[in-house]
Design a protein around this ligand. Structure first.
Ligand code: AMP
Length: 415
């Protein structure tokens, strides 16, 4: 079923959203992006004459009631965003009466799902090494099903709009879907957009396809690099991983960040790119600093000839040009991870050059997807968020999707 086709009039919809918003010490929301992200779905259901039961997690209360993670703190903000009063159920597993009393156009927000260990479905208070762990896990899986069944009993249909947790097989993100038939479960608008974005870079590729992978370590990106190797035309690898590649090739990298146990892996990636005809673009020059600080002394030097006592903190001007050339003319672009320590303004030029090249290519018709944590912060920092095609809201979920993994939250609905 799709959210556009479903007839919500007179129906109760239970909607999994990601309202895990950051709060300050006074319990005030410091960034409401996630609430705004779910509004199209929530408003649509109300406008169509449905009643809303909204559920989410907040923080990591680890199966216990922890006041600082109470969703009660966001009731007024959700109400203001929706333009409708929002009732609150203090206990998400004992909300049957409140749900039953809901009328069309009314909204009920459930308390934090993760106050119950059943949400995540992991046994608590028992070590993985404990011989009784397997039994405890089985028992927890059984009570997770009961918990999901209880949540499902509140509503006529289930909508999942929480992309940020789509890579988790939790009660509210996946297990609950078993209690609705295919005609009564669907993805929300945000999820639909995210799934479409992933499809654009993994299946529906317009060529040339340039992927830019940065960040600190090659080890955390290897799954993605290997999956992309069969799909991209140009692969730019930058950020801290540059120096693992430089060292693997026999270069001198001074104090630069390096994963010494991944030198063979770096050589293997270079070989794979060659074998598959992928244009692998590595930084040839870098901005080196004599300390990990914005005020450090800097010099531009080859990425494979960094003096002792200096470390590569950004890509140099020659590399920026080479990166821009590989991005120019691309029709599909994926960017994950900064080219340097962009948090320090003096080391942000490489990441900025990438953002600018992507914005330019997008103006010229490319599809550009930015996702996975820090690269989103980059485009925001440079004020280019509205000059790219799509910025993913899901960090870990997006990364798993582009590794080619099936997301349980999506599979539970689409099969
Ligand atoms: P990741 O979470 O793996 O995407 O890494 C993001 C982090 O990598 C950011 O905090 C950057 O500051 C950091 N980073 C990027 N380039 C470098 C570099 N050359 N040396 C050290 N850290 C870097």
């Amino acid at each position: 079923m799709t959210i556009n086709d479903y007839k919500f009039a007179g129906k109760k919809a239970i909607v999994r959203v990601d309202f895990n918003v950051p709060l300050n010490e006074n319990g005030e929301i410091t960034d409401d992006t996630r609430i705004r992200g779910a509004l199209p779905t929530l408003k649509h259901i109300l406008e169509e004459g449905g009643a809303l039961i909204i559920m989410s997690h907040m923080g990591k209360p680890k199966g216990k009631v922890v006041a600082k993670y109470s969703l009660k703190q966001i009731v007024d903000a959700v109400s203001a965003a929706l333009g409708a009063p929002v009732q609150f159920a203090e206990d998400c597993a004992k909300a049957a009466d409140k749900a039953a009393a809901l009328k069309a156009g009314e909204v009920l927000l459930l308390e934090n799902l993760r106050y119950y260990p059943e949400e995540e479905g992991k046994p608590v208070g028992i070590d993985k090494e404990d011989p009784a762990y397997e039994e405890a896990k089985k028992a927890m899986k059984a009570s997770q099903k009961e918990f999901a069944k209880t949540l499902a009993s509140y509503a006529d249909c289930y909508v999942n709009d929480a992309f940020g947790t789509a890579h988790r097989k939790h009660a509210s993100t996946a297990v609950i879907a078993d209690y609705f038939d295919a005609d009564n479960k669907m993805l929300g608008y945000l999820m639909e957009k995210e799934v479409q974005a992933v499809d654009n870079i993994l299946s529906n590729i317009k060529r040339p396809f340039t992927a830019i992978m940065g960040g600190s370590k090659v080890s955390t990106k290897i799954g993605i690099i290997e999956n992309l190797m069969d799909k991209v035309d140009n692969l730019i690898l930058c950020g801290g991983m540059t120096y693992t590649f430089a060292k693997a090739n026999g270069g001198e990298i001074g104090n630069s960040i390096c994963e010494n146990d991944k030198l063979d892996l770096a050589l293997d990636i270079i070989a794979q790119a060659k074998a598959k005809g992928v244009n692998l673009v590595l930084a040839t020059d870098c901005v080196a600093a004599d300390a990990f600080s914005n005020d450090a002394n800097t010099q531009v030097c080859p990425s494979n000839a960094i003096p002792e006592g200096w470390e590569g903190v950004d890509v140099g001007p020659e590399s920026r040009k080479a990166f821009a050339a590989a991005i120019e003319g691309a029709k599909t672009i994926l960017w994950n991870g900064p080219a340097g320590v962009f948090e320090f303004d003096n080391f942000a030029a490489g990441s900025k050059a990438i953002a600018e090249a992507i914005a330019k290519a997008t103006d010229e018709g490319a599809y550009s997807l930015i996702g996975g944590g820090d690269s989103v912060a980059c485009v925001n920092k440079f004020g280019m968020a509205d000059r790219v095609s799509y910025i993913s809201t899901g960090g870990g979920a997006l990364l798993e999707a582009i590794e080619g993994k099936v997301l349980p939250g999506v599979a539970a609905i689409k099969g």
